[in-house]
Design a protein. Sequence first.
Length: 157
Amino acid sequence: MRARQLNRRVEIWQSRTVKDGFGGNKTYNELITSSWAAVRTHKDTRRNTEVGVSDYSEKLDVFMRYRNDIKYNSVNQFLMYRGVKYTFTMSPMNQDFNEVFITLTATRQKNNSIDVLKPIKPDANTILVNYKNRVIGDGGKFEAEDCVLTYIENNIL
C-alpha cells in the first residue's frame, strides 16, 4: 500500500450482552478501537435485480493495518464510519496472509426511522417583506402595503 493511503478514521465496536438483574438481558455497544483506514466503495459483481434495475448497495471495503491485539469477527462487531453504523457482511480477510493489512467488507445499516422536518410557518410580515423584496428586485413598484398585508392574513395563513 502506498504512503498516506490510510487517511480515514474508522471505529470498530462490539456488541455485548449482559444480564440486567431483572431476569433479562441488555445489549451494550463498546468501542474496541479507532484506527486509520482506506475506505472505498465495494465493487459488487451482482448488479441485476428481479426487475432488471441495478442494485446499488451501500457496501464499503475498509483496508486497515492488522492488529494482533484485536480479534476481528463478523458476529458481534460492527464498524462506525462518519457516524453511520456498518455491519460486517464477510469475515475479516487477512490480505496476502502476512498479517500486515486486513480487509473488512461492511454494509450500511438500514434506517428504521427518519427525522421529519417541520415546515417553517412564517408570519404575515415575513411573507409581506419577501413579496415586497421580489417586486422591487424585479424592477416593479410596491404599493398598498396595508392592503397586501390584510390579503395575506385572510387568504394565505
